[in-house]
Design a protein around this ligand. Structure first.
Ligand code: NAD
Length: 431
């Protein structure tokens, strides 16, 4: 049993604190957001993540997990401190380290003995040194810094945390390495021991590589559309090459979004630039992704004509991917803005993300929960997120409800032949 403090209880910190509590540790989750902490104490969690609410409740009840805004008290009573605060991008693409620095200062001021400070936030190379300096300015005795980047995926975060593909432990201290290794012993995963900077770079390299795969297959999809080929078959054929692999991230669509890929691609571009390394591939990955996010509009216009004024269009899917309520950088928001700019009457549906989107879109769109009702009298249905609820819909009922049988599928969730046989005017991506 370890005494752990997790600073920042957002997507990563809340999952980290709860899962370590579930594994039998004594964990305190700390945040500067008083409302978030008040709600967490009542088992009201700020995000949608399968299985998380039950685990938060169970571990608060059995005393393994608690939440506070009192960072000093939490640090004093813990031997292991995780930093899991946000690292949002600045307008120029550099990473905003304000929250990490502020957490480091709070840690330094509260230190009362040897502790291991583990950074889980995605941070530019060299941030480990910055954290060390800030803590040393406030505390003169022994402590160790570890970089332990997080790879959980929103939507499957608890399962990913409990069964990670790998655990990266970046540190120069053998003592700290042993402590962190023991902490993760029950996860039974491959451990990569390395120095801090290498660990920090592994995170950026992984996310930027995944984003590159997405932009690559989207460019292939665009060729497919010109020559009449099928990108899903291209992807299937590619994945059978063992060097590419069955799980390769090669699903064509309307581009990546979320809080990580866009930010981390920008972050790595910045790291390359600062170190005078030519990494033009990443500029192309970004450009391709921005273009792909705009690719639905011409498809809609090819079905409805250029003038969309007063047309009724329904969007299924607001989250940047299924099984999350996260709409940060979601492609759906781009297409909605393009449609609203053209005076379209927009109706939106999402199984989980409606509440987070209401804060952004307010009353500019109509919110609907029933899939069949949502397309009533619509000129076109657009699929922007591949929720399984959408895949299993009764397409005959959808066709009856639509004013015109137009469907633009940005995530290739329907079978092209079936859609044609049912009489839809159906456009998808790269097929
Ligand atoms: P988030 O915005 O959901 O949560 C960050 C939390 O930190 C917020 O609750 C905020 O109030 C709190 N905070 C900020 N400053 C604080 C301080 N000084 N003391 C205490 N709390 C403070 O962010 P997130 O999505 O959990 O991401 C956190 C980090 O993990 C980022 O670096 C991100 O890139 C990385 N990451 C995110 C994911 C993901 O899927 N979201 C996956 C892997 C890695």
């Amino acid at each position: 049993m370890n005494k752990i403090t997790v600073i920042g209880v957002g997507y990563v910190g809340l999952v980290t604190s709860t899962c370590f509590a579930e594994l039998g540790n004594q964990v305190i989750g700390v945040d500067i957001d008083q409302k978030k902490i008040d709600n967490l104490k009542k088992n009201i969690i700020p995000i949608y993540e399968e299985g998380l609410t039950e685990l938060v409740k169970k571990n608060q009840e059995n005393g393994n997990l608690s939440f506070t805004t009192d960072i000093a008290k939490a640090i004093k009573s813990s031997e292991i401190i995780f930093i899991a605060v946000g690292t949002p991008p600045m307008p120029d693409g550099t990473v905003n380290l304000t929250y990490v620095k502020s957490a480091a200062e709070s840690i330094g001021k509260a230190m009362n003995g040897y502790k291991v400070i583990i950074n889980k936030s995605t941070v530019p190379i060299g941030t480990g040194d910055i954290v060390k300096i800030i803590i040393s300015q406030n505390y003169k005795n022994d402590f160790d810094i570890v970089s332990n980047p997080e790879f959980l995926k929103e939507g499957t975060a608890v399962a990913d945390f409990m069964n990670p593909d790998r655990i990266i432990i970046g540190t120069d201290s053998l003592k700290a390495q042993k402590i962190v290794k023991k902490l993760y012993a029950s996860q039974n995963s491959t451990i990569v021991n390395t120095d801090i900077k290498t660990a920090e770079l592994i995170k950026y390299a992984s996310n930027a590589f995944l984003a590159t795969e997405i932009s690559f297959i989207n460019s292939i999809a665009n060729i497919c559309e010109k020559i009449g080929a099928d990108v899903t078959k291209v992807s299937e054929g590619m994945k059978l090459d063992n060097r590419i692999g069955k799980k390769a991230f090669l699903n064509a669509g309307i581009g990546y979004g979320g809080s990580c890929f866009p930010k981390d691609v920008k972050g790595l571009i910045q790291i390359a630039r600062e170190n005078k390394v030519n990494f033009n591939i990443l500029d192309a990955v970004e450009d391709t992704n921005s273009a792909q996010k705009q690719s639905l509009l011409p498809k809609i216009q090819s079905l409805l004509g250029d003038d969309l004024h007063n047309k009724n269009i329904t969007i299924w899917g607001l989250a940047f991917k299924p099984n999350t309520d996260d709409t940060r950088e979601s492609p759906a928001l781009i297409i909605i803005k393009q449609l609203l700019d053209r005076n379209v009457n927009v109706t939106v549906v999402d199984p989980i993300a409606i509440d987070s989107v209401k804060l952004i879109l307010k009353d500019t769109v109509t919110y609907e929960t029933d899939l069949i009702k949502s397309v009533n009298n619509a000129d076109c249905l657009i699929i922007a997120t591949e929720w399984s609820e959408f895949k299993n819909v009764d397409l005959i009922e959808i066709k009856k409800s639509l004013k015109k049988p137009n469907v633009v599928d940005g995530r290739n969730i329907f079978d092209k032949k079936e859609m044609k046989n049912l009489g839809f005017n159906y456009l998808s991506v790269g097929r």
